[in-house]
Design a protein around this ligand. Structure first.
Ligand SMILES: Nc1ncnc2c1ncn2[C@@H]1O[C@H](COP(=O)(O)OP(=O)(O)OP(=O)(O)O)[C@@H](O)[C@H]1O
Length: 581
């Protein structure tokens, strides 16, 4: 069983080196080989106390020679010093290998966690980093050194057999029982730990969700009710963890009992053999044998005691491995020319993976030419926001494609496409940082473009009233700003750098009349410079500058055409409906 763990963690056998995490771990193999190599010497040196005892017994006790005693003592202390230095080298090698792992995995994990979160809104991204910490700690832990030393117990067993074969068999018997205890421990603790981890994750996720809305929870007195729900989940975790600890504690006690008993049994048998004169150098050898027997079982006791950490590290390893396989780093593709702003939507349908029968978008087909403004309206839940996400390449269509200048937007490298695209989501989604950082998308600021967008949205007057101007921090999700200012900063971020295509989802939801006018003027000005806009809005002013208007209903296009004609057609349909009633 422990070999399986060693195989996974120490890469004794790597079955599929194409796996990203295994490959990264394989890169550490030279370090671990050195740690094992030094281990051979440190384990040999563990025999030093027994050697010292024998020599003292042999050469000093009867001769009463204090010079020899002094010499032997200096020698044994010297051996201990070398041993300690080698142990220190082994520990620093493990630290170094963990630092190398950071270098090769940090960016891959960040990107994979990001991609997984984009695929599933409830993906516990924080757990990725907790998992990595748990794996990293195990890879650099003294427990691992202890486990790597398990093969060296062979040296001690041979030494015991050399003292007397009966002592050797007794030690082997203890080893077999210790292995059985370790196996039973693993079999029984693992499932309880897995359950505990799942409950812990559910509780953590639940708390993460509610703490995002702390204000509304506090204002409307919902805290006690939510706490009860959280307690239920947390209790599941505590119960399973207690169960795992109880089982682990029981087996750790068995193992300790065996180790202590074994030491005395070997001493007792050694004494019996010495009395019967079948042990050379009787009294000293029986003590040496009992010390060595204790060394044989010690790594197993440590292994059982460390089992919970090891099991957690293994589970973390499996989760991280799956994550990295499902979201490998994108290969840098051919750099595409900047889009001119033409959007082509071909037969687009989108359904959630768990509900393919009820698509949120159905067979949508339309085209927006460079410099055109498309206004999208429709009743609530008609699919407008879903369409906006598909247009910026956040959703993989179930059928059909969204193309920008003929290129599939979903496949386009987002870091590259982002330079040509502006997007304002319904929730705005500002990040902790300064106003300038948010507008410049946390990249190197282009001062000219920054000034241009501030002028375009006429933000100078407001920014000059702030204590730190553009360097004012806006807090988590921009909570230090009013709703309207947050929306203006979001708009500035979308329009920064004059992108070829801009998708705005309800851009005026929080704006006052003056700000709405500024938005209209900005759209008009950029349109004349050939920026393509798709705007989800009910704003009258946008209708006036829109080239085309789309009305959506139940994920489909209900009307599409020039705004006047679409409005006239809707009015006509409404009149007819009223007449029928
Ligand atoms: N991730 C999701 N999981 C489940 N349902 C979803 C998801 N995203 C969207 N929907 C559903 O898809 C439908 C369309 O939602 P969407 O947000 O696109 O509508 P909308 O027209 O923008 O609505 P509103 O004007 O109210 O913002 C809704 O019924 C919504 O519940």
């Amino acid at each position: 069983m422990y070999q399986e763990i060693l195989q996974e963690l120490l890469l004794v056998t790597i079955h599929n080196p194409s796996l990203i995490l295994k490959k990264a771990l394989m890169g550490l193999a030279p370090h671990y080989r050195k740690v094992a190599f030094f281990g051979f010497f440190t384990n040999l040196m563990v025999l030093a106390p027994s050697w010292y005892m024998l020599e003292v017994y042999d050469r000093v006790i009867f001769s009463r020679n204090t010079n020899t005693l002094l010499m032997l003592t200096v020698m044994v202390v010297f051996i201990y010093l070398i041993m300690e230095s080698l142990e220190r080298v082994r520990r620093s090698m493990l630290q170094q290998s963990a630092a190398e792992l950071d270098q090769s995995l940090n960016s891959k994990l960040f990107n994979a966690a990001f991609a997984a979160r984009l695929n599933a809104a409830d993906f516990p991204a924080q757990r990725v980093f907790t998992d990595y910490r748990s794996l990293r700690e195990m890879l650099a832990s003294p427990a691992l050194i202890g486990m790597m030393d398990i093969p060296f117990i062979l040296i001690f067993i041979i030494a015991i057999f050399l003292i007397h074969s009966s002592l050797g068999y007794l030690t082997l018997g203890g080893l077999v029982i210790q292995t059985v205890i370790a196996s039973l421990n693993q079999m029984r603790v693992q499932p309880a730990l897995q359950e505990a981890n799942q409950h812990a994750l559910a509780a953590q996720r639940y708390f993460g969700n509610i703490q995002q809305y702390a204000e509304v929870v506090r204002a409307m007195g919902m805290q006690a009710a939510l706490e009860t729900r959280w307690q239920d989940k947390q209790q599941g975790f505590l119960d399973h963890q207690a169960q795992a600890s109880e089982i682990a504690g029981k087996y750790a006690a068995y193992s300790k009992f065996l180790q202590i008993t074994q030491t005395s049994m070997v001493l007792g048998l050694g004494c019996y053999l010495a009395i019967n004169q079948s042990l050379v150098n009787g009294a000293a050898m029986m003590i040496v044998a009992s010390i060595l027997a204790a060394r044989v079982l010690a790594p197993f006791s440590q292994f059982i005691a460390q089992w919970r950490n090891l099991a957690n590290a293994l589970q973390a390893y499996e989760r991280l491995s799956d994550l990295l396989e499902q979201h490998p780093a994108a290969q840098p593709g051919m750099e595409l020319p900047a889009p001119s702003g033409q959007i082509t939507v071909e037969n687009l349908s989108y359904a959630l993976a768990d509900n393919p029968r009820e698509p949120l978008l159905r067979n949508m087909q339309f085209r927006v030419a460079p410099g055109e403004v498309l206004l999208v309206t429709g009743p609530s839940a008609s699919g407008k926001t879903t369409l906006s996400k598909a247009l910026v390449g956040l959703l993989q269509p179930s059928t059909g494609k969204v193309r920008l200048d003929g290129v599939d937007v979903y496949q386009w490298d987002k870091e590259e496409l982002g330079q040509h695209l502006g997007y304002l989501p319904q929730e705005i989604e500002l990040l902790d940082g300064t106003i300038a950082e948010n507008i410049c998308r946390f990249g190197t600021p282009d001062v000219e473009q920054l000034q241009a967008v501030i002028e375009l949205l006429k933000l100078q007057a407001w920014i000059s009233t702030l204590p730190d101007g553009l360097e004012t921090r806006i807090g988590h999700e921009g909570h230090l700003l009013s709703g309207g200012r947050r929306q203006l900063v979001g708009l500035a971020r979308a329009l920064y750098g004059k992108p070829a295509i801009v998708v705005l989802d309800e851009p005026n939801a929080n704006l006052d009349e003056a700000s709405e006018q500024r938005l209209q003027q900005a759209v008009y000005q950029l349109k004349t410079q050939n920026t393509t806009f798709v705007i989800i809005s009910h704003l009258q002013g946008i209708k006036e500058i829109a080239d085309t208007m789309m009305v959506m209903s139940k994920g489909q296009i209900l009307r599409y055409g020039k705004p006047d004609e679409v409005i006239a057609s809707l009015q006509q349909a409404s009149k007819e409906a009223r007449r029928k009633v």
